[in-house]
Write a protein that binds this ligand. Structure first.
Ligand code: DSN
Length: 434
């Protein structure tokens, strides 16, 4: 049952109210399969819509540039304490406005313009901020690319090591937006140590899997770990940074600095890059961290992977190839290299039928990034709504039906869309229905 909310907005600004209602309806009647999306709870939405949106609090708890921050201090300290307990990290900064600002702060804290960093190109499943040419990270720093093997779709750690030895980067980024396999942080740490590089993990896509213990934990191995609070963590649109306290390369890279690693990160977030923290988002983050400590959340994290593997298996059984042959995470790529339609054709057809995903390059893709040969599918949102392995059989059948009817999609779309809306009616969508 859809929950009636926003009575003031409904009365005073019906245009915005109606758009919110339309979005909510879409989110409870379609299959949200964008791998970076999920559903924030009512708790998170209420915290984000709170009066903390009114307050300026430049600085950090106990050292603000504005008065009246006793509750802001308590809130930020609460978020940090919960986050540190959740991830077991030495230091946490909860002020980044989102994932890209968090990553920019890491660059600003530790590097100089022109320094070499290793990262995976966007075309191979990496993130914009890991050195891609159109992002600040590719303009201000020199990306040394490493990528999954074009045949297997997996990272070859011997190859990663050889690139690092040849290029001697100052920072290695690990963490991707379209990689379906587990990351070997211990192997990355050995390489980083060997070449004298900072190791930074970006866990925005997989944080819930780490919390659930179904993906290796980067915190023991990395100097810095960044993340968004939304995606599968189901918190607000915000970012956070975890780090060790000490800078193991202080003498090598920052001999003049009086700051340790944690202080370098904090100073880069504020005052170098940002002004006042978004306290309403920090409130949402605090409550998301609380929920993420529950057994229910850990079961959700584990179920995400079970659902992704069940969906892969069903699609493969229906003759739909998966890049790399499967998944160990929340996502995978449907591989349309042998089809005469593109990834973009497929994602548009799926959307017409109520399956919301995005087109994506696959390893060995020969089509342009604007067309691609793949569609990225993720199961975090469906799992948030309570779907299990048996439901994936039905989801796979719809995906296959869309692909089989892609040249005549308008004739089947209304039926499939109605079937999906009816199916969604069996589930509870956090923050929308109860
Ligand atoms: N844009 C996100 C994604 O879809 O993977 C990453 O930030």
């Amino acid at each position: 049952m859809s929950v009636e909310r926003y009575s003031h907005l409904k009365a005073n600004d019906p245009e915005v109210y109606e758009l919110i209602q339309s979005q909510a309806k879409m989110e409870r009647t379609t299959l949200k399969m964008i791998a970076s999306e999920s559903y924030a709870s009512f708790d998170v939405l209420e915290a984000c819509g709170s009066v903390f949106t009114n307050k300026y609090a430049e600085g950090y708890p106990g050292a603000r540039y504005y008065e009246g921050n006793e509750f802001a201090d308590a809130l930020e300290n609460l978020a940090i304490a919960r986050g540190k307990e959740l991830f077991g990290c030495e230091h946490m900064n909860v002020q980044p406005y989102s994932g890209s600002p968090a990553n920019s702060a890491v660059y600003r804290a530790l590097l100089n313009n022109g320094d070499k960093i290793m990262g995976v190109p966007v075309s191979d499943g990496g993130h914009l901020t890991h050195g891609w040419k159109v992002s600040f990270s590719g303009k201000d720093y020199v990306q040394i690319p490493y990528r999954p093997n074009q045949e297997t779709g997996r990272l070859d750690m011997a190859e990663v090591r050889q690139i690092a030895l040849n290029e001697r980067p100052k920072m290695i980024w690990v963490g991707m937006s379209a990689y379906p396999f587990k990351l070997d942080y211990a192997a990355f740490a050995e390489i980083a140590e060997e070449v004298g590089a900072y190791l930074v993990a970006d866990i925005a896509h997989i944080n819930a899997l780490i919390i659930a213990g179904v993906h290796p934990d980067p915190v023991p191995y990395c100097d810095v770990v960044t993340s968004t609070a939304h995606k599968m963590l189901r918190g607000p649109r915000a970012g956070f940074i975890m780090s060790k306290l000490e800078d193991r390369y202080h003498e090598k890279y920052h001999p003049e600095s009086k700051w340790n690693l944690a202080q370098l990160i904090d100073r880069a977030v504020f005052p170098t890059l940002q002004g006042g923290p978004h306290l309403h988002a920090i409130a949402g983050m605090a409550t998301a961290f609380k929920y993420a400590q529950t057994a229910e959340f850990k079961a959700y994290g584990a179920q995400i992977v079970k659902n992704a593997q069940a969906l892969c298996a069903e699609l493969e059984a229906l003759g739909r190839p998966i890049a790399g042959g499967g998944t160990e995470t929340h996502l995978f790529l449907l591989d349309f290299r042998k089809e005469d339609f593109t990834g973009k054709d497929a994602s548009q057809a799926l959307a017409k039928c109520g399956i919301i995903a995005n087109f994506n390059m696959v390893p060995g893709d020969t089509r342009s990034p604007f067309k691609t040969s793949g569609v990225r599918l993720g199961t975090a949102a469906l799992t948030s709504a309570g779907m299990k392995e048996a439901d994936m059989k039905q989801v796979a059948a719809w995906i296959d039906r869309v692909c089989r009817n892609i040249n005549d999609i308008d004739s089947v779309a209304p039926t499939i869309r109605a079937e999906i809306a009816e199916f969604c009616g069996k589930f509870t969508f956090p923050g929308i229905t109860e």
